[in-house]
Design a protein around this ligand. Structure first.
Ligand code: SF4
Length: 744
């Protein structure tokens, strides 16, 4: 373990400076190093910490706007209980004690009458609060922690984690030297000769702890870029090759590339022979994906597919940086399997500058997994959706998102009565079929929402609203995101605004009332020390020492570092990377990668395409917002004042649409309105619409709910189109039409 040396707090010209690591709330889950400047007890400025290797002084606009977030007049400042009908917007301020008492009484009453499984615990995208929400759920006795909103098909990161665990026994990420405190200067690291950026716009999204500017650092050092994206992103304009793909056809492209690389013998034969299982079967499978066919499916010219395949396969090392677009196809499991096979057959596996296996030593989740194990077998069987999807049952702990809403609406096999909602904005954000999600949560007897601001979710559903503190107002353990591995502390710089409390403090204090044995700590700092006990360090010691990086080695499979028996190889049933997956086979799934058309597409539903001729893709991030957050923050809203749909200029002209017009976007399933932005940077047959839109400036009470029904793109997406593994949902590929909204 290597440690940072810098102090965490000091004085500078009468200003206190606190070195911290940014975690929610608000915003994303990356863990950038920040310097928080405090004068007269007030946060006055935020800067990137130049000494923190993860971001090296850089910050994106969301963290730079932190002072506007902390002191925003609309911050929730006190616990409140509902004082009118649900959705009426009438609230009464109550003391924390009363709020905890009401919640504990109601949850325990439900536990006695219906069983603890009738209370669900919902969280949004992965954040440092996630494990504590799990612990709250499981220690209460409910097996039903619900992630992402709930998100159909768990279509965000979880499919990748599962498929890579099943086929490689680990999790691989693009190697941009993020495992070393000295970063690009590390003598063992090599600059990737080529990086494929696949379904990802990392400069604006910084996904899962992978910072987009790591790519530009590699480009400065010579990396060639291939971009796979229907949109011409900044990186696409600087790429050696841009593959403008039809949304939802990533598996076909990967299989076509595998076909070229295998048939042209551009593989790493020694690596394949020693370390992979099922190459012969994969070779036979990819013959079903000849160039002509793949070009037709993906809309990418043949010569570009050949050029990209050769550049990727002959560059040593080469890496693939992929985005959530891959998870957001219905059959995402074979798509992920196919892309992983690319780095496996070219030997770019756990080598410097390739796709490397993330170290797993700092795993704070164990305590949470143990909590799940502590639930009785009978309770585990009651997890919502258990028994439907064998792959999910085996590899993924949370309740099955797509089944949660069905169960709330039908009460089958048992009724859901209450929900704890923390760090998620349900129907306003990521859940498909937003109206159905709204109707489902409306049906519950009792809902608690914890958030920084009043949201459509809190306004529509909450019986009790609890105010959360920002990361500037709290302590915390900052463990890395999905793509790097460090641990450090989030350090409180200012007192919380009003009576707000940190998410962890809220959970600890409620946990003590629900199951005191499991929550024995007097304060969150003691709880954090327990969470990092395997590092043999306390929270305060870690804070003093600064951040710590885990040791990192390449080619772990050669050194016996991956398997429990310490033998060389991979932690899979065959001990090899499974190009032919024995796990999928056992789960009744195709053991080899394949491509399946999206459920609605110009090919699978030509009759629908006559009326809905454009492909709607959604979910790309913008600079200012994290999903449905930040819409009330002046500087961030200034950057992106309205919901935007990107349309190709000639496509728009044929429809009589001009730049800036309000338009309707409509699918068979619903419609919403956004503003047209004409851009040549999108395929003529594709539009991109922003997600997560609501308008904090509009009336909060029903029926408006801050205008949440006006521009909510998830009104256009049906529920239920989940992949056969239980993972995947076609967020990126619905058939739609657009037309101008007449002012009358
Ligand atoms: S990626 Fe942006 S919002 Fe996220 S922690 Fe870093 S600076 Fe903050």
């Amino acid at each position: 373990m290597r440690k940072g040396e810098a102090k965490w707090a000091w004085e500078e010209d009468g200003t206190k400076v606190v070195r911290s690591i940014a975690r929610t709330g608000p915003g994303c889950h990356q863990g950038c190093g920040v310097l928080l400047y405090v004068k007269n007890e007030k946060l006055t400025k935020v800067e990137g910490d130049p000494e923190f290797p993860h971001n090296q002084g850089r910050l994106c606009s969301r963290c730079l706007a932190l002072t506007q977030i902390v002191y925003h007049p609309d911050r929730l400042k006190y616990p409140m209980k509902r004082a009118g009908q649900k959705g009426e917007g009438k609230w009464e301020r109550i003391p924390w004690e009363e709020a905890y008492g009401m919640i504990a009484q109601k949850f325990i009453e439900i536990k006695k009458k219906q069983g603890p499984e009738s209370v669900i615990f919902c969280q949004g995208t992965g954040r440092d609060i996630g494990p504590y929400i799990s612990k709250l759920a499981y220690s209460f006795g409910s097996p039903n922690k619900v992630t992402f909103g709930p998100l159909d098909g768990h279509a965000c990161f979880a499919p990748k984690v599962t498929v890579l665990a099943a086929t490689t026994g680990a999790f691989e990420v693009t190697d941009c030297a993020q495992f070393f405190p000295e970063r690009y200067e590390n003598i063992n690291w090599r600059v990737p000769q080529c990086i494929m950026i696949w379904g990802n716009n990392p400069l604006t999204s910084n996904p899962d702890g992978f910072m987009g500017y790591w790519i530009t650092e590699c480009m400065k050092r010579g990396s060639e870029i291939i971009v796979v994206d229907p949109r011409r992103t900044w990186l696409a304009t600087r790429a050696k090759i841009w593959l403008q793909i039809r949304p939802g056809t990533d598996a076909a492209l990967a299989l076509g590339m595998l076909n070229i690389i295998i048939n042209e013998k551009l593989c790493d034969e020694e690596f394949i022979r020693k370390w992979t299982y099922g190459f012969a079967e994969l070779t036979r499978r990819v013959q079903d994906y000849p160039l002509e066919k793949v070009s037709e499916i993906t809309w990418i010219p043949k010569e570009k597919i050949i050029e990209a395949s050769r550049l990727y396969a002959t560059s040593k090392p080469a890496a693939i940086q992929w985005g959530v677009s891959i998870d957001q196809s219905k059959e995402c499991v074979p798509a992920i399997h196919a892309i992983m096979s690319l780095w496996a057959i070219t030997g770019n596996f756990d080598v410097p500058g390739g796709n490397v296996i993330k170290s797993q030593n700092f795993n704070l989740d164990d305590e949470i997994k143990n909590e799940f194990q502590a639930i009785s077998e009978e309770q585990k069987e009651k997890k919502i959706g258990r028994g439907i999807y064998p792959l999910l049952d085996q590899w993924y702990l949370p309740a099955v998102g797509s089944v949660v809403i069905d169960q709330i609406l039908t009460d089958i096999p048992y009724p859901i009565k209450a929900a704890w909602i923390q760090t998620t904005n349900t129907f306003a954000c990521s859940a498909a079929d937003a109206k159905r999600v709204y109707e489902a949560f409306k049906k519950l007897d009792f809902i608690v929402v914890v958030d920084l601001f009043m949201t459509p979710t809190a306004m529509a559903f909450a019986d009790i609203v609890l105010p959360a503190a920002t990361y500037a107002e709290r302590d915390g353990i900052a463990l890395t995101g999905g793509n790097s591995i460090f641990v450090g502390t989030t350090n409180k710089a200012i007192e919380p605004v009003g009576e707000s409390k940190s998410d962890m403090e809220i959970i600890l204090e409620l946990g003590k009332r629900l199951n005191p044995q499991v929550w024995p700590w007097n304060n969150v700092q003691d709880m954090f020390s327990a969470v990092i006990k395997s590092m043999e360090i306390t929270f305060e010691e870690l804070r003093e020492k600064g951040f710590a990086y885990d040791t990192f080695e390449y080619k772990k499979y050669e050194k016996g570092l991956l398997r429990p028996d310490k033998q060389a190889g991979f932690n899979t049933p065959t001990g090899k990377i499974e190009l032919y997956s024995t796990v999928f086979e056992k789960c009744g799934l195709d053991p080899l990668p394949y491509f399946e058309e999206p459920p609605e597409s110009p090919v699978s539903t030509p009759e629908i395409s006559k009326d809905y001729p454009l492909v709607l893709t959604t979910g790309a991030k913008s600079w200012g917002f994290f999903h449905s957050e930040h819409r009330q923050i002046p500087i961030l809203r200034y950057m992106n004042p309205d919901p935007i749909t990107e349309i190709y200029p000639e496509t728009a002209e044929k429809l009589g649409i001009k730049d800036g017009d309000w338009i309707y976007i409509e699918t068979q399933h619903g419609r919403c309105q956004q503003r047209a932005k004409l851009t040549a940077g999108i395929h003529p047959r594709v539009i991109h619409s922003q997600h997560g839109w609501w308008f904090p400036e509009k009336p909060g009470p029903e029926p408006s709910l801050f205008g949440v029904w006006e521009s909510n793109i998830n009104l256009l997406l049906p529920s239920g189109w989940v992949g056969r593994s239980g993972f995947g949902y076609p967020f990126k590929s619905q058939m739609c039409r657009v037309y101008k909204k007449e002012e009358s």
